[in-house]
Design a protein around this ligand. Sequence first.
Ligand SMILES: C[S@@+](CC[C@H](N)C(=O)[O-])C[C@H]1O[C@@H](n2cnc3c(N)ncnc32)[C@H](O)[C@@H]1O
Length: 488
Amino acid sequence: MTSEILSLAKYLASSRPEFSLSEMKQYLSRKYEEEQLYAILKTHFFDLDLFCSPDYKCTKLKKSPLPADEVVVRELEAQFKNPGLPLRIEKLIETYIEKSCGKDWHKGETAALIRENIVKQKEEYWNGKGESRYPKIRIISYLLYHFPVYFCQYQYLLLELFKAGLLMNKMSIIDVGAGPGTITLGTLDFFRKLQDIYSRNKMDVKMNIRIGSIEHEPQNIECYKELTSNFLADVIIDEPVHSFIENTPVPEDADLIIFSNVLAELKTPPHERAVIVERIASLSKNPTLLIIEPADLDNSKALRITQHALINKTFNVYSPCSFIWGKICSGVNCWSFQEPGNIKVPGFMEKIADTTESYRYLNTDMKFSCVILRKDGLIKHTYRARGKFMALSNLKKHIKKHINVAVSVMSGNLGDENTLVFKICDGTTSIPCYAVMPAYHMTENNRVLIDAVYGDIVEIYGTLVRENKEQSSINLLITRNTIVSLAG
Ligand SMILES: C[S@@+](CC[C@H](N)C(=O)[O-])C[C@H]1O[C@@H](n2cnc3c(N)ncnc32)[C@H](O)[C@@H]1O
């Protein structure tokens, strides 16, 4: 019976731009209510390129970037300005914890066990060993401690993708190493917010989003399924693929593939991780790949090695790196991360942190390394440096001289309020380079450096080159006589 309905829907979808499910009834050999037809067809709408509204009107969808009108961007930015878990998600997580550990999970012996596991997990990261009275304790610890920040930083990046026109009205998304569903839930919440904004602004935007996931840990899959199915949304969520990412069945044509905090868990060396990533994206025609990793020295550096190996395959970096001199960097010795700020402490985190040494259970600062990759050559900044600038690879020959450079700002302030320090890069050297500005030298002519967003390109005129032998790095001194302007 389903096949009769499906063939009819296929026929109608190919022969007209719009039809209603009630129209279908007259052609079918059995009597169906529209509601039944909707339920039967729901999982096929994506493949049929159809959007069917709750009043059962079906429209053919043409894949195109989601409209990012100024008013929409402004409203979305306002919603994400003070990042934190949405109340619905907070409730979802807390209900899950209560179901697993009881209503008093944040008190007495249970809380002590959870706290112990949070500390252990921070040290061993998912390797929590030993039998527990609460078999789900590793997931509970993860939800309490890691989930909120990972959720918010992903949404921060999703907003970037949206503003860049990289989110489409019809999208197949793959959440690789999905864990308890951080990325999937972040996506569901983001699209719901976006849809609400479109509706409020009377914009008729139809979306058809499908999310698949890959995960090898059965308990995580169980948690994923429970959390994502309890967040009602007009998004198709596929049954998670229970598999190792190294040999998982390759997803069919995906539009967005996210590896959030998963590559760091692989035993495979960083450059070989590129093989795994490439294989997963191999059937996708024009995907956006988003890789997010922890900001610590080892994981951050490892990401750039993987990134470089991917560039040597079929990928190009959309952001954050700009190869300003048209030369691809080696990816070696690069420690660069983003710090977009703190999130609001969720209620459940406050509860588990309600003890001595509460700081051990509070995790609120977003800090991560990431890369967005494409296969089609699309890049965020098309700016290229010309003759009047010096490539950073030449700085060693110009110590103590004043020069001009064009560089990307690849960190927030790494110094303090008296001396501001920013990592800079132009893709030509693996020697770490920094722009160093004593606060009293800040002027209207150079404060662009401070206001620059991670990855922005700036032109710096009249900066003094200094060598930091101890750190094997080079500092460019920004004084009141240095001019900094935004480029690109
Ligand atoms: C740190 S968690 C990240 C979860 C989620 N992506 C997030 O950002 O919160 C890493 C997840 O990757 C899964 N994982 C690690 N290695 C894997 C592999 N080789 N194949 C599939 N999943 C893997 C782990 O089981 C875990 O759920």
